[in-house]
Design a protein around this ligand. Structure first.
Ligand code: OKP
Ligand code: ZN
Length: 342
């Protein structure tokens, strides 16, 4: 399978993540990519050079003021006299006004959904380079490849039209799905197998009937992002029926997880999708430090085989996975399983 990567992911490496009341080294760290890259090379996957970022499809899924915020927040933060990394501390919660303030500290809270995700000097450049990988993979598939893999970092599925957080800034999967639409596919599906609910992708397409979103994830009662991802979120307006959430409880092993996967794939088939984007997180793995499913490494290959059974042109976009040394094996197992069955 063709894959795309870009060393500029290293420009995003905050020192700090607020976790359990302490600042720790972020779980979402550059070495994740090195492990995946090594495994891609070991298994003979083909590296291809990524193209430049096209802001057109990015603007189609993200709000202009949010993109302006991402481009300027670091300079504004430094100019305000702040000495550390950007971390949100004030949020427009229940009964407060949903209006971006002038002050940069307030703006950071306005545009974020959680406080674990720090922004540094290089974050915006890394996020753009990451998104360009999803675009490159989409272009390869649009040009006739059966599938391609974008080794995106930072990830994207928590990023909504105007929100960052959960380690995400630009919604790489949503951008790839939008590009399939722009290329003429009438209906596109996003399948999110990351352990965490893809709240950003769901939100971006919630009122649209042209992009189906299906997600298998830790139930919101028990898992981040906590405030979206319930089974009764089925889409709204033109998007009614085009959203499928399959939340699962702590300790879920491959059996019930794979039943959910089959249900998601059946729904994608019934929807009539002509192209598929897979949000490929590997944090459903049993040893993931921040997740609670119990998949084995071999299960990821079986997941890939089942995804290939949908018979669709497929773009795989890297999302989460924090059992660092296993991230490469697990991610590439999905790709190898897919290739075996394709
Ligand atoms: C991003 B992705 C650790 C809490 C971490 C944020 C998780 C973001 C996951 N104490 N909360 O979906 O893999
Ligand atoms: Zn995740």
């Amino acid at each position: 399978m063709l894959f795309f990567h870009d060393d500029r992911h290293r420009l995003h490496f905050p020192q700090a993540e607020l976790d359990g009341g302490q600042f720790v080294t972020p779980y979402e760290r550059p070495s994740r990519v090195e492990y995946v890259l090594r495994r891609l090379q070991e298994t003979g996957m083909r590296a291809a050079a990524p193209g430049a970022l096209d802001m057109g499809p990015v603007r189609a899924v993200h709000a202009p003021d949010y993109l302006e915020f991402l481009a300027t927040c670091w300079a504004d933060w430094v100019a305000s006299g702040a000495r550390g990394e950007i971390i949100a501390t004030s949020f427009p919660v229940r009964r407060m006004r949903q209006k971006p303030p002038r002050n940069i500290d307030g703006k950071v809270g306005y545009y974020s959904l959680a406080a674990e995700t720090a922004i540094t000097a290089g974050t915006w450049e890394a996020a753009q380079a990451s998104c360009a990988l999803a675009q490159s993979a989409q272009r390869a598939v649009a040009a006739g490849e059966r599938a391609a893999f974008a080794l995106c970092r930072p990830p994207g599925h928590h990023a909504a039209s105007d929100l960052f957080g959960g380690y995400c800034f630009l919604n790489n999967a949503a951008v790839a799905a939008q590009m399939f639409r722009d290329d003429g596919a009438g209906r596109v599906a996003v399948l999110d197998i990351d352990f965490h609910h893809g709240n950003g992708t769901q939100d971006i397409f919630h009122r649209r009937g042209d992009v189906f979103f299906a997600s298998i994830h830790g139930a919101p009662e028990d898992a981040f992002p906590y405030f979206l991802g319930y089974a009764d979120e089925t889409g709204e307006g033109a998007g009614e029926g085009a959203n499928l959430n399959l939340p699962l409880p702590p300790g879920t092993p491959f059996g019930p997880w794979a039943e959910a996967l089959d249900a998601a794939l059946a729904a994608i088939r019934d929807f009539g999708a002509e192209a598929l984007v897979v949000s490929l997180g590997t944090d459903a793995f049993k040893d993931d430090p921040i997740s609670f499913f119990k998949l084995e490494s071999a299960d990821f290959a079986e997941a890939g085989r089942r995804i290939a059974g949908a018979g669709l042109p497929t773009v795989f976009v890297m999302e989460g996975g924090y059992a660092i040394e296993a991230v490469g094996i697990n991610a590439v197992n999905v790709l190898q399983g897919f290739e075996e069955a394709a």
